[in-house]
Design a protein around this ligand. Structure first.
Ligand code: PLP
Length: 405
C-alpha cells in the first residue's frame, strides 16, 4: 500500500475525455467537433479507397512476413516519405544530406526530434524550445519529457482572429541566436491560421539572420489545400534557403491511418557526412526506445507512394477530404452571415485552413454549446471542421448563433 502513495492522480486528457463524454451522451442530434479526425458526410470514419487497395495487395503478397523492420524503418517508405515532403527533385536529397527515420506517427517524430536535439543540439545554455501560442498541447509534454523547457512566441491575435505577424517577427528577432523554434508546416493546429507565402519569406529571413533552428511539425500535408506540394511549400522554401531544420511527418490524417502510427522524422544536415553521423545516433535512440518501428502502416504508405497509379488515387482521396472540409467552411459562413445574420465577423471561417477552425468564441460560450446543445468542442473555441456535415451543420450554426447573441 505504501509503494505508490506519492503518485498524484493525473487529470484525464482533455480531448480523449471530450470524446468519451460525447459517446456517453444519448442525445440523438449530438455533434462531436473535438477530435481532429476526418469524418465523412455521415459522421463515420473514412477508410481511404486507396488504402483498401493497398491493403488487398499486401494480403495477397506471399512474400509478406512478420519479421522485424530495420531500426530506422522500411527503407522504401522512408525514402518515398522524404520525397513527399521535401520534393521529388530536392537537391538536399540528391546530395545525400537528408536523414530519414521511421517513427511512431507524428507524435513519435516529435519525440525523436526533441530527444535528439536534447542530446546533441548546441543550446548555448539552457535547453529551450519556442512554440507558437497556442499550439498542439502535446508539444509541451513532449519537450518537457526530454528535458527541454517549452516557451511560447506570439502567433495568434484574438482581435483579428488571425496571425499576430508583427509580434511574431519581433519576438523571433529578439530571441537568442540559434534558438530552436517549432513551426507548423501547414494547417496550424489549433487555429487554422497559416502565414502567407510572403510572411513565410520574412519569417525565413529572421531564421537566417539569427541562425535559428526550425523544428517543423507537419501533421496535415494535403489537408490544408488539398494539394500535397502546396502544403509542403514552407518546408521546401526553408530547405532551399538553407535554414538548418528537421521535419516531423505524420500519415495519420492524410492517409487516414491514425491507429497504425505511421510517420517519419527527416533531418536535413549540412553534408552527407553529417547526415550519416546523425542517422547513427538516431538509430541508437530508436533502438533503446522502440527497438524498431511497426511494419503494417509503413508498408501501406510505401505501396501508395511508390506506385504511380496508387499515388494518383491517393491524391484524389486527399482532395475528397480537403474539399469536403472547404465546403463545410463555405456553408457555415453562408449560414451565419446570410441566413442567420449572426452578429460579428465570420470571415475567418473561410480564411482559416485545414482540419480546424478557431471560432473566436469564449470558453463560456463553448461550454454553453456543450451543455445546451450537446455540441462537443474544446474550451478554446476550436472546432474540427471534419465533424460538420450536411446533416448537422444547420443545427450547429443555429446554436452557435444563439450562444453569441
Ligand atoms: N502534430 C500536430 C500539430 C498534430 O495536430 C498532431 C495530431 O493531432 C500530431 C502532431 C501527431 O499526430 P499523430 O501522432 O497521430 O501522427
Amino acid at each position: 500500500p505504501e509503494t505508490w502513495k506519492r503518485v498524484p492522480l493525473a487529470p484525464p486528457d482533455s480531448i480523449f475525455k471530450l470524446t468519451a463524454s460525447y459517446k456517453d451522451d444519448p442525445f440523438p442530434q449530438k455533434v462531436n467537433l473535438g477530435v481532429g479526425a476526418y469524418r465523412d458526410d455521415d459522421s463515420k470514419p473514412w477508410v481511404l479507397p486507396v488504402v483498401k487497395k493497398a491493403n488487398q495487395i499486401l494480403l495477397e503478397d506471399p512474400a509478406i512476413d512478420h519479421e522485424y523492420l530495420p531500426i530506422t524503418g522500411l527503407p522504401a517508405f522512408t525514402a518515398a516519405a522524404a520525397k513527399l515532403i521535401l520534393g521529388a527533385d530536392s537537391p538536399a536529397i540528391a546530395e545525400g544530406r537528408v536523414t530519414s527515420v521511421q517513427t511512431i506517427s507524428g507524435t513519435g517524430a516529435n519525440h525523436l526530434g526533441a530527444a535528439f536535439l536534447s542530446k546533441y543540439y548546441d543550446f548555448n545554455g539552457d535547453r529551450k524550445v519556442y512554440l507558437s501560442d497556442p499550439t498542439w498541447v502535446n508539444h509541451f509534454a513532449i519537450f518537457r519529457n526530454v528535458g527541454i523547457e517549452p516557451l511560447v512566441y506570439p502567433y495568434y491575435d484574438p482581435k483579428t482572429i488571425g496571425l499576430a505577424f508583427d509580434e511574431l517577427v519581433t519576438t523571433l528577432k529578439r530571441l537568442p541566436a540559434k534558438s530552436v523554434i517549432l513551426l507548423h508546416a501547414c494547417a496550424h493546429n489549433p487555429t487554422g491560421v497559416d502565414p502567407t507565402r510572403e510572411q513565410w519569406g520574412k519569417i525565413c529571413d529572421v531564421f537566417l539572420q539569427k541562425k535559428h533552428y526550425a523544428f517543423f511539425d507537419c501533421a496535415y500535408q494535403g489537408f490544408a489545400s488539398g494539394d500535397l506540394d502546396n502544403d509542403a511549400w514552407a518546408v521546401r522554401e526553408f530547405v532551399r534557403r538553407e535554414v538548418p531544420l528537421l521535419v516531423c511527418q505524420s500519415f495519420a490524417k492524410n492517409a487516414g491511418l491514425y491507429g497504425e502510427r505511421v510517420g517519419a522524422l527527416h533531418l536535413v544536415a549540412p553534408s552527407q557526412e553529417a547526415a550519416t553521423r546523425v542517422k547513427s545516433q538516431l538509430s541508437v535512440l530508436v533502438r533503446s526506445e522502440i527497438s524498431n518501428p511497426p511494419a503494417y502502416g509503413a508498408r501501406i504508405v510505401s505501396l501508395i507512394l511508390n506506385n504511380p497509379e496508387l499515388f494518383e488515387e491517393w491524391k484524389r482521396d486527399i482532395k475528397t477530404m480537403a474539399s469536403r472540409i472547404i465546403e463545410m467552411r463555405k456553408e457555415l459562413y453562408r449560414l451565419l452571415t446570410e441566413e442567420l445574420k449572426t452578429p460579428g465577423s465570420w470571415d475567418h471561417i473561410i480564411t482559416q485552413i485545414g482540419m480546424f477552425s478557431f471560432t473566436g468564441i469564449s470558453p463560456e460560450q463553448s461550454q454553453a454549446l456543450t451543455e445546451k446543445a450537446h455540441i462537443y468542442l474544446t474550451q478554446n473555441g476550436r472546432i474540427s471542421m471534419a465533424g460538420l456535415n450536411s446533416h448537422n451543420i444547420r443545427y450547429f450554426a443555429e446554436n452557435l448563433d444563439k450562444v453569441v447573441r
